[in-house]
Design a protein around this ligand. Structure first.
Ligand code: CU
Length: 628
C-alpha cells in the first residue's frame, strides 16, 4: 500500500496528533478534541505529487477549552510538530460525546426530572431514553449568556428492547450546560399522556413472515475493481476514497480513461452540511433544527457494515478512525463499502434487419451509513459506464415523535398512532463539488430550454431552443431549479473544445429535491441561509468548506455561503466550486412507521460534450449465463 496526500488519517496518525497537542500545547482534562481532520494539501501540491515522494501528512485539529470557552484550531503534522495554533473568536464547539454522556447522566440524576417522571408513572430514569439536542439559536431567555446548552427530549422504554420512539414523554425537558454538566432548567408541562401503542420492528417481534426465494449475487471471477490504499480503479474510472469525522465519506481526484487519455473530472466531492428544519411550532419540535454535519460531526456516527445485510456481492470494506472528544481514537471497522452492482440495460438497439446489440450496465458504489439518534442516512456515490456520476442519499430509520396534548390541534404533524405525532420536517443536504473538468480553470453556465412565441422564430409553435446564461459572478450564481425549463448547470472548460468545437463540460442535473418552508427571517432561515438557493458557485478557497460556516453550534447565522458570496467574486475561467442544495420535504406517513422505508434524494453529474461519443459504446456484452 502506498500512502497518498489525500488518504484519510489512520488511527496511528490520529493518536500521534493528539499526543503532540497534549505535549506541546499542555492540553489536559479541560480540553476536548472537537474535530480532527486531514489537512488536505493544496490542489497544486496534490496534482504535482508523484508516487513514492514523501508525503507531508498533517491534521487540522479543533480543540475546545472548557475552562475558557475557547475554540482553537491547530495544524499538526503526524510526525509531532505543531505548525499553527490560533484561537477562533466567537466559535463554539460542536456537541462532543463525553459531554453528551455527562449531560444525560446529570439530567437523569436531577430530582426535578425524577419527580416529573414519577408523576408520569415512570419509576426509574433508567427506563427513559434521552437525547442531547442543540438549541440552534433559540435559547430560552435568561440562559442566553453565551454558554453552550443542550436540551433533552425523552422517551419511555416500557421494557428492554422496546422501540422508545413510540413512547415520547411530552412536556418534559432538561436543559443542561454542556461545559459543566449542570442542569440549568427543567421544563415541565404535566398532563400529556405518554402514547402507549408499541411499535415493534425487531425480527423476534415481527417474525419477518414475508419471504422470497434466495437471490444470490456471485462474481465467480472476483470483483472488477482494485483497491490500493484508498485509490480505486474500476472500469475506466480512477478516484480516491476519503473520510473525515465531520463529513464522513469524501470522494477525491476523479478521473476517467477516455480512449487512452486520463482526463480529470473532479478534485473533491462531499456532502458538506445536512440540516433538518422541523416545521411544528410545539415546544418539543420547534427547536429541533440540528446541523447533523456541523453540530455533531456526521462521520462520528458511521456504522460498521455487515456483508450480506448492508451490502451484497464481492465487497471490499475500508475501515475508518475518528477522535472522540476525550482524545481517544476510535476505529470503525467496515466503515465504507466498495462494490459493483448490476444496473440493468446500459443501452440497446434492434435494427431494421433484426440485428440486436445490447449491453448490460454496471455501476461502482462507494457508500457509508450513519445513525444519528433516531435516523439513518446512507451516502451512496455511484460511478457509471456512460461517464456519469450519481449521488444518492438514502434516508431511513425512525421518525421523530411527539406526544399529543389533549385538545390541541397539530396541523404540522401526522398522527401515526393514537396520540403519537410525527412532526413535518425537511432534510436539506448541501453537496460541495470541486469539479475540475479537464483542468482546474472552468466556468459555469445555466442552460434552460426555451420556446419562443409563435412567430418568425417559431413558425409552427413546436420549436424550442436552449438558452445559455454564464454564471460569471457569485451574485449571478445563486440559482433555483426549474423543472419546467429543464434547467441544468454545466461546468465547462473554455480552453478545451471537443470535435465539434464546443467547450467540454459536465452538467449537474437535479434529482429529487425540496425548497425550505422556513421563512428566511426565521432563526433557522438565518442559520442555514444556504438553503435558499439550490445552486451556489464560488471560486475555490481552501478555508470555505462548510456552507453554514465552520462553527454552526448556537451560531446566529449569516456565516458560510451567504457571507462569502457577498464579495461577489468572479467565477469566469477559474477554479470553481459548485454547492448543490437538495433534500426531501418529509410529511410523515403512517407507512413510515415503525421504521421508515428508504427515501432517496440526490443528483447526477453527466458528461456534456466531454466525450466524442457515448463512452458506453465500447462496453463488452455480458455472457448470457444463469438465465432461464
Ligand atoms: Cu424525515
Amino acid at each position: 500500500m502506498t500512502q497518498h496526500p489525500l488518504d484519510p488519517l489512520t488511527a496511528t496518525e490520529l493518536k500521534s496528533v493528539v499526543a503532540t497537542l497534549r505535549r506541546d500545547r499542555g492540553l489536559d482534562h479541560r480540553h476536548l478534541m472537537a474535530m480532527v481532520q486531514l489537512e488536505e494539501p493544496a490542489k497544486e501540491r496534490v496534482l504535482s505529487w508523484q508516487a513514492g515522494e514523501p508525503v507531508d501528512r498533517a491534521a487540522r485539529a479543533t480543540v475546545w477549552n472548557r475552562a475558557t470557552a475557547t475554540v482553537s484550531e491547530a495544524v499538526v503534522t503526524v510526525n509531532g510538530e505543531v505548525l499553527e495554533w490560533k484561537d477562533i473568536p466567537g466559535a463554539l464547539s460542536p456537541v462532543l460525546g463525553p459531554e453528551a454522556d455527562d449531560a444525560l447522566a446529570a439530567a437523569k440524576a436531577d430530582p426535578r426530572v425524577i419527580q416529573a417522571l414519577a408523576a408520569r408513572g415512570i419509576a426509574s430514569p433508567d427506563d427513559v431514553h434521552m437525547e442531547t439536542w442543540p438549541f440552534g439559536a433559540q435559547i430560552p431567555a435568561g440562559l442566553d449568556d453565551g454558554r453552550r446548552l443542550i436540551w433533552t427530549p425523552m422517551w419511555h422504554r416500557p421494557q428492554p428492547g422496546a422501540n422508545v420512539y413510540a413512547h415520547p414523554i411530552g412536556g418534559l425537558r432538561a436543559i443542561v450546560d454542556l461545559d459543566n454538566a449542570e442542569v440549568v432548567a427543567v421544563e415541565n408541562e404535566p398532563g400529556i399522556p405518554i402514547p402507549a401503542t408499541p411499535a415493534p420492528y425487531r425480527l423476534d417481534e415481527t417474525g419477518g413472515g414475508v419471504k422470497l426465494r434466495e437471490l444470490s449475487i456471485t462474481q465467480p471471477e472476483g470483483a472488477s475493481f482494485t483497491v490500493d490504499g484508498s485509490a480505486i480503479n474500476w472500469e475506466r474510472w480512477r478516484f480516491r476514497i476519503g473520510f473525515c469525522q465531520r463529513e464522513g465519506l469524501v470522494i477525491h481526484d476523479v478521473r476517467f480513461d477516455d480512449e487512452g487519455t486520463e482526463r480529470r473530472i473532479a478534485h473533491r466531492m462531499s456532502i458538506a452540511e445536512l440540516v433538518i428544519p422541523y416545521g411544528d411550532p410545539s415546544p418539543g419540535a420547534y427547536r429541533k433544527n440540528a446541523f447533523d454535519t456541523g453540530e455533531f460531526g456526521l462521520g462520528n456516527y458511521t456504522n460498521s457494515l455487515a456483508l450480506g445485510c448492508d451490502c451484497l456481492g464481492e465487497i471490499v470494506y475500508m475501515d475508518a478512525a475518528v477522535v472522540d472528544g476525550d482524545g481517544n481514537v476510535r476505529e470503525i471497522p467496515n466503515a465504507i463499502c466498495l462494490h459493483e452492482e448490476d444496473f440493468g440495460i446500459l443501452w440497446k438497439h434492434t435494427d431494421e434487419l433484426g440485428h440486436v446489440e445490447v449491453r448490460r450496465g454496471r455501476r461502482f458504489v462507494a457508500s457509508s451509513i450513519v445513525t444519528v439518534n433516531n435516523y439513518e442516512y446512507g451516502y451512496f456515490w455511484y460511478f457509471y459506464q456512460d461517464g456519469s456520476i450519481e449521488f444518492e442519499a438514502k434516508l431511513t430509520g425512525i421518525v421523530l415523535t411527539l406526544a399529543a396534548e389533549p385538545g390541541q390541534e397539530y396541523p404540522s404533524s401526522t398522527e401515526i398512532e393514537p396520540g403519537l405525532l410525527a412532526p413535518y420536517h425537511q432534510h436539506i443536504f448541501c453537496a460541495r463539488l470541486d469539479l475540475d473538468v479537464d483542468g482546474t480553470e472552468n466556468s459555469v453556465v445555466e442552460v434552460d430550454a426555451v420556446a419562443h412565441p409563435i412567430g418568425p422564430e417559431n413558425p409552427h409553435g413546436a420549436a424550442y431552443v436552449t438558452r445559455e446564461t454564464p454564471l460569471d459572478v457569485e451574485s449571478a450564481a445563486q440559482r433555483l431549479i426549474d423543472p419546467m425549463a429543464n434547467r441544468y448547470w454545466k461546468v465547462i472548460n473554455p480552453h478545451r473544445t471537443n470535435h465539434v468545437a464546443q467547450p467540454v463540460g459536465y452538467k449537474l442535473v437535479p434529482g429529487h429535491t425540496t425548497y425550505p418552508m422556513a421563512h428566511r427571517e426565521s432563526v433557522i432561515g438565518q442559520r442555514a441561509g444556504f438553503m435558499y438557493s439550490h445552486l451556489w458557485v464560488t471560486p475555490n478557497a481552501p478555508d470555505e468548506k462548510y456552507p453554514a460556516g465552520d462553527y454552526p453550534f448556537q451560531a446566529e447565522g449569516g456565516a458560510g455561503l451567504p457571507a462569502w458570496t457577498s464579495a461577489n467574486r468572479s467565477l469566469e475561467d477559474t477554479d470553481v466550486v459548485l454547492w448543490y442544495v437538495f433534500g426531501t420535504n418529509h410529511i410523515p406517513r403512517t407507512e413510515d412507521w415503525p421504521v421508515m422505508p428508504v427515501e432517496r434524494a440526490g443528483f447526477h453529474l453527466k458528461p456534456v460534450g466531454f466525450f466524442r461519443r457515448s463512452p458506453g459504446i465500447d462496453v463488452a456484452p455480458s455472457a448470457a449465463v444463469h438465465c432461464h
